[in-house]
Design a protein around this ligand. Structure first.
Ligand code: 5GP
Length: 190
């Protein structure tokens, strides 16, 4: 996706060799026009599979998934990271290790919002070691729903997530795949 790559090159900031910050358009400030193009592109890439619901994880996945939801014309569900009194008691739940935060946390979705008739498309901002995506796939399994695929805005091709998902025959579509950041430089694999 040319527009996305240009934005990453122009505004992405690299920390060390492994972390890319895209706070100016994806993770803090949001660029709705870019997200609209991203949603359109996901819809194009998954147009050959049935999707009845989009699933993501709070917080950064929500804006991406909500705008994509307009293009798929399906509801969007986000897994919650923080246990809240407002959350239903009956939830699908699993644990995810966050590589950026260096800690493990629970993610959960109310049983009301995922069910066995659903064809679920998982969307997220980044794919690194795959823990967030694998956790979301686990929630889809617990609901006996069907996994339609996983769509990622930025895959970091030097971490194992992409390989794990592809080896497990997951229909993975990454809009961009970046290489390790040598000397702060951002280059693309695809
Ligand atoms: P994974 O679970 O695949 O190891 O990591 C993916 C999650 O960690 C994403 O949901 C994203 O929030 C965060 N993440 C991983 N790597 C990066 C990165 O380089 N930059 C940013 N901004 N977030 C990242």
């Amino acid at each position: 996706m040319k527009l996305l790559k240009e934005k990453i090159i122009k505004e992405g900031r690299v920390t060390g060799e492994e972390i890319l910050k895209v706070d100016s358009f994806l993770n803090h400030q949001i660029d709705p026009l870019l997200l609209n193009e991203i949603g359109k592109e996901f819809q194009k890439r998954f147009s050959n599979v049935k999707v009845t619901k989009i699933l993501t994880i709070e917080a950064s996945g929500i804006a991406i998934a909500a705008i994509a939801g307009l293009h798929f014309n399906v509801p969007v569900v986000f897994a919650k990271k923080v246990a809240s009194k407002n959350l239903d008691k009956e939830t699908y739940k699993t644990q995810v290790y966050s590589f950026t935060k260096g800690k493990t946390y629970d993610i959960q979705v109310s049983k009301r919002y995922l069910n066995s008739e659903d064809y679920i498309l998982i969307l997220d901002d980044f794919l690194a070691n795959g823990r967030a995506s694998i956790g979301l796939i686990e929630l889809v399994k617990q609901a006996n729903a069907t996994l339609a695929g996983v769509g990622i805005v930025i895959e970091k091709g030097f971490q194992e997530g992409g390989e794990i998902l592809r080896n497990n025959n997951v229909n993975l579509q990454s809009l961009t795949v970046v290489n390790k950041f040598k000397n702060g430089e951002i280059t693309f694999k695809n």
